[in-house]
Design a protein around this ligand. Structure first.
Ligand code: FO1
Length: 315
């Protein structure tokens, strides 16, 4: 039975992952999650992109923020504040259960992927959610103002304010891609690979930095299609656009993201507002769509379009 492999970070990518999960029959979708945002906080191992994907696919995500759970309560945070604990990284009471139970199972010697798979099954999710590696990879950013910062310190505590001059994916060099990730890329049943509209630098970048991944993608017989996270020169969410300029990559454009992925892509989907950039894109076939996903219908429509476009590139 054929299946689709999606690569995703957090909020933006999770929207398309949800769309894909709803238009594909059960079990036909596997999502590889970025783990570069993971960090140890309050004695807990926190995996934001895995959790954002899991909550989105389970329909329990917080629609306002995109991260954490809906119908959340904040008693833990309030009590933590009373005793001087760190509350800059908001952990809701329901969300806290995920971090406590994951940390317990990791300390008991289970792998991140085994825990992730058990959690998604228990939440009724048919799609497999796979960490890019079971080895730790931690994104760090070198900033003009504060030097090297851990990712969540930069992204949440300092609200992505500092000027980013370089990125480092600590641990990537010795991390092993999850065996099921590599196996999927070589599996004849693989229909297509979808690189979701996540930040190419800090969400998809860590996945591509795991040794063997780029080569496996390049050798993959299935079409590899990316969806632009930039629409009309702006990021839908997060610091993608800001990082373009700060990393010396020029103006944030949909064609700039395609160039960043280089020759990995067979296809590239960008928003109709960026149609004028199509001539600047070398290599991948380009298709236009409505890539801004506000509703569930938007998510499903984009997912259908991406899959049909990828199928048209086979052979
Ligand atoms: N992002 C914020 O901007 N503020 C937060 O307090 C925050 C808490 C949080 C808790 C759990 C979780 O899974 C994600 C959380 N995020 C928060 C988002 C997170 O920093 C980002 O989703 C990713 O790391 C980047 O995609």
């Amino acid at each position: 039975m054929s299946f689709v492999l999606a690569l995703s970070g957090g909020v933006g990518g999770a929207k398309l992952a949800l769309g894909l999960s709803r238009v594909l029959p059960d079990e036909d979708l596997r999502v590889v999650a970025n783990t570069g945002d993971d960090f140890e906080h309050l004695g807990l191992t926190i995996c934001p992109d895995i959790d954002t994907l899991t909550y989105a696919l389970a329909g329990v995500d917080n629609p306002a923020t995109g991260w954490g759970r809906r119908d959340e309560t904040w008693n833990f945070m309030a009590a933590l504040a009373e005793i001087g604990g760190e509350t800059w990284f908001r952990l809701g009471d329901r969300d806290l259960a995920t971090h406590v139970e994951r940390t317990r199972r990791l300390r008991a010697g289970e792998t991140l992927s085994a825990i992730t798979d058990d959690h998604r099954r228990r939440l009724g999710i048919a799609a497999r959610i796979l960490p890019m590696s079971d080895d730790p990879v931690r994104t760090r950013v070198r900033t003009e103002e504060q030097g090297w910062l851990d990712f969540q310190d930069y992204f949440v505590r300092r609200q992505a304010g500092p000027t980013v001059r370089a990125l480092d994916f600590a641990g990537a060099a010795t991390a092993r891609p999850h065996p099921e990730f590599l196996a999927a890329l070589a599996d004849p049943a693989l229909r297509s690979v979808v690189i979701c509209p996540s930040n190419p630098f800090i969400s998809i970048g860590p996945i591509l930095a795991v040794p063997g991944v780029r080569d496996a993608l390049a050798a993959c017989r299935a079409p590899v299609v990316a969806v632009s996270p930039i629409i009309g020169g702006a990021a839908v969410k997060g610091p993608t656009a800001k990082m373009f300029a700060e990393l010396g990559l020029g103006a944030p454009t949909a064609s700039g993201v395609a160039a960043h992925y280089g020759d990995l892509l067979d296809g590239y989907v960008m928003d109709a507002v960026d149609a004028g950039e199509a001539t600047r894109i070398r290599g991948p076939r380009v298709a236009l769509a409505q890539t801004l996903m506000k509703t569930l219908d938007d998510r499903e429509a984009l997912a259908r379009m991406v899959l049909e476009f990828a199928d048209s590139l086979r052979g």
